[in-house]
Design a protein around this ligand. Structure first.
Ligand SMILES: Nc1ncnc2c1ncn2[C@@H]1O[C@H](COP(=O)(O)OP(=O)(O)OP(=O)(O)O)[C@@H](O)[C@H]1O
Ligand SMILES: [Mg+2]
Length: 248
């Protein structure tokens, strides 16, 4: 079936047919407040997708769902053909593998950092993946150099400034070299130089074939990286750009 003739309102053309992320009628509620309502979404490997929507529309929740941090009350989620739910994630090997393949940058960097030093924080993912010590070290060095945080290596993350914490959180995602990058408001709190570096770096990740899911209110970042958009809730974004609309 050609995807060039999607139903009205779904203007996205499939840019490839290697579906990596698939949500089918996915529903999620916090307590009894529904947040994700019958979401159908398909994202192909190597696509760069930007999520846009009003505050509280469900962007962060959707990223949490994709990273396997929350589970559907109804419907299902498949990553690379495998169902991700409470049951499959109870299998430690499965959960570790999913977390190694999908890197998640939280909207609130301080909530992401829990180790006693910056170096340990950035080493955490690679160690969980069972990499050899010298490889862990190499990745920590590389990520620290890229984010310009070498001088912070021995600091406790909770003592860092907001922007410094955010750079450490980004470094801790990069050090895992995941297939999929879920970045939730990656530019917030960063200075101009770091913002422009990160926008360029996301472009490089995209060129390298990584899959990018970025929630942002920043128009220039969206313009720079998006192959297509997910408009969440009432927002309408650019009507003429490829998009799907969920949670209306
Ligand atoms: N842990 C939680 N417990 C209860 N409700 C929550 C929780 N996290 C989020 N919510 C609610 O779920 C809804 C969606 O929140 P979410 O964080 O996904 O929105 P968002 O689109 O990322 O917003 P923003 O642009 O402000 O980041 C909001 O109404 C929010 O209040
Ligand atoms: Mg959010």
């Amino acid at each position: 079936m050609s995807h060039d003739h999607d139903e009205p309102g779904l203007h996205r053309k499939r840019s490839n047919d290697r579906t990596l992320i698939r949500l089918e009628d996915y529903c999620f509620a916090y307590e009894d407040q529904p947040v994700l309502r019958h979401v159908d979404l398909e994202i192909g490997a190597g696509e760069a997708v930007v999520l846009m929507g009003d505050n509280g529309s469900g962007k962060s929740t959707l990223l949490r769902a994709i990273c396997g941090l929350v589970f559907p009350a109804r419907g299902r989620y498949l990553f690379d053909g495998q169902v991700v739910d409470e049951r499959s994630m109870r299998d430690q090997r499965f959960a570790k593998r999913l977390h190694a393949r999908i890197g998640f940058l939280f909207q609130d960097a301080s909530a992401q950092l829990f180790c006693s030093s910056v170096a340990d924080e950035i080493a955490f993912g690679p160690r969980q993946m069972g990499l050899a010590a010298h490889e862990v070290e190499r990745r920590v060095d590389d990520a620290c150099a890229l984010l310009d945080i070498v001088h912070l290596r021995h600091r406790a993350p909770y003592t860092l400034s907001g922007g410094e914490q955010r750079r450490v959180a980004i470094a801790s995602v990069l050090s895992m070299n995941p297939d999929v990058y879920c970045f939730d408001e990656p530019l917030s709190g960063l200075d101009a130089r770091t913002r422009s570096w990160l926008v360029g770096f996301l472009g490089q990740l995209k060129a390298a074939g990584k899959t990018l899911l970025v929630a942002t209110h920043d128009q220039s970042l969206a313009d720079e990286v998006a192959d297509w958009f997910v408009y969440v809730g009432e927002t309408h974004g650019y009507p003429d750009r490829p998009h799907v609309h969920i949670n209306m």
